[in-house]
Design a protein around this ligand. Structure first.
Ligand code: AMP
Length: 354
């Protein structure tokens, strides 16, 4: 039987393996630093849990395999410059932006994009890392080592942040989860809620946007589209050609979770319409220790990544799904987490249906 290799052995790889197990699939996440020679078979399939990777013994073996699904797409989306160019070409709305070149001045940036501008490094930025705010009021200048390596974006005064997780099969068939409402604090995802009835009016528009992109790339698997909602408009902030943190709630709230959908799609197995089982919320565990006392909270599911706990590091997540609104609200009053979780818990209490 063929093996599904996953480039990367972090939590996403582990959850892909977990999803493949009941289907009888042999899913093997690969640590990119391994010096092993991988027993790659001709009919094996390769996917990735990350959008970019350094050249190592392991990544060289995987990226030269004939069945690496979406191989050409990863570099296109991992570089924020080419990602934005794709979105512009397809007429998909984003924050106004331009590339930061060697000769770009802060003054030009303020004239073009306004007095608050967010620079993002083209590569490697995640969880709010690789960002640099330019503020005219503080006369900020562009550091030399950002010139040629970043894009500049207008600061968006968004109403809220939402994401759409979709899956596309080899035959072009697509399925989508309902939009997810996300809370980021300092650029890192703290909490998600889905579904939310008030977002239903944006669902069709969001699906069209992501379909256009997945079709243009002839993409196979799960893709995530993070957006700013500004009134009735959606501006795409970022795309991830992989399973995504804002889709973790699907593990408890949907008939098929994002990990199983990805595994099915890249393996060429049938996809099926997704049924939403219940109201879900997800809380990321960021720099906090595991506490098995949480298991006393009815309806709570722990996903612990077995990583060393460090400030700002995602070390796990909590899923809660229920059709009893009181149960979800009650769980929130019992969760005892340090600052800034008070902000996240209040946000969940306010935004969950009551
Ligand atoms: P990113 O690394 O692009 O996903 O950005 C992380 C977070 O920074 C987003 O989820 C937003 O909360 C914030 N952010 C990113 N881009 C902008 C922008 N153009 N204007 C305002 N906030 C932004």
């Amino acid at each position: 039987m063929s093996v599904l290799w996953v480039l990367g052995a972090g939590q996403l790889g582990a959850m892909l393996k977990q999803a493949g197990t009941p289907l009888g699939l042999d899913v093997r996440p690969v640590d990119i630093e391994t010096t092993e020679t991988l027993p790659l078979g001709k009919d094996d399939i390769v996917t990735a849990e990350r959008e970019e990777w350094p050249e190592t013994h392991a990544t060289k073996q995987l990226s030269t395999h004939n069945n690496f699904v979406n191989l050409a797409t990863f570099p296109q989306l991992a570089d924020r410059l080419t990602q934005k160019q794709w979105l512009d070409r397809l007429g998909l709305a984003t924050a106004p932006w331009f590339p930061v070149e060697i000769g770009t001045t802060a003054r030009y940036t303020y004239e073009t994009l306004g007095d608050r501008v967010l620079m993002k490094r083209r590569r490697g930025g995640y969880d709010g890392k690789g960002q640099y705010w330019l503020k005219q009021s503080e006369e900020s200048e562009i550091p030399e080592d950002w010139k040629g390596f970043a894009i500049a974006e207008q600061a968006i005064n968004f109403d809220e942040e939402v994401s759409l997780i979709g899956v596309r099969g080899k035959n072009g068939e697509t399925h989508f989860y309902p939009l997810t409402l996300n809370l980021h604090i300092n650029g890192i995802l703290y909490a998600s809620i889905s579904p939310l009835q008030r977002l239903n009016t944006l669902q069709a528009k969001a699906e069209l946007m992501l379909s256009k992109l997945m079709d243009a790339l002839d993409y196979v698997g799960v893709m995530a589209m993070e957006c700013f909602r500004v009134g009735d408009e959606l501006l795409i902030n970022e795309l991830a050609p992989r399973v995504h943190n804002s889709g973790h709630w699907t593990q408890s709230g949907a008939s098929i979770d994002q990990f199983e959908n990805h595994v099915r799609a890249v393996s060429g197995l049938p996809l099926a319409p997704i049924e939403i089982k219940s109201q879900s919320m997800m809380v990321n565990l960021i720099g906090v220790d595991l506490d098995y006392e949480w298991l006393n909270i009815k309806g709570l599911e722990i996903y612990w990544y077995k990583k060393e706990v460090r400030p700002g590091r995602k070390v796990g997540h909590l899923n809660f799904s229920s059709n009893n609104d009181d149960l979800l609200q009650g769980a929130l009053t019992k969760l005892d987490l340090p600052t800034p979780y008070n902000e996240a818990i209040d946000w969940l209490k306010i935004n969950l249906p009551k």
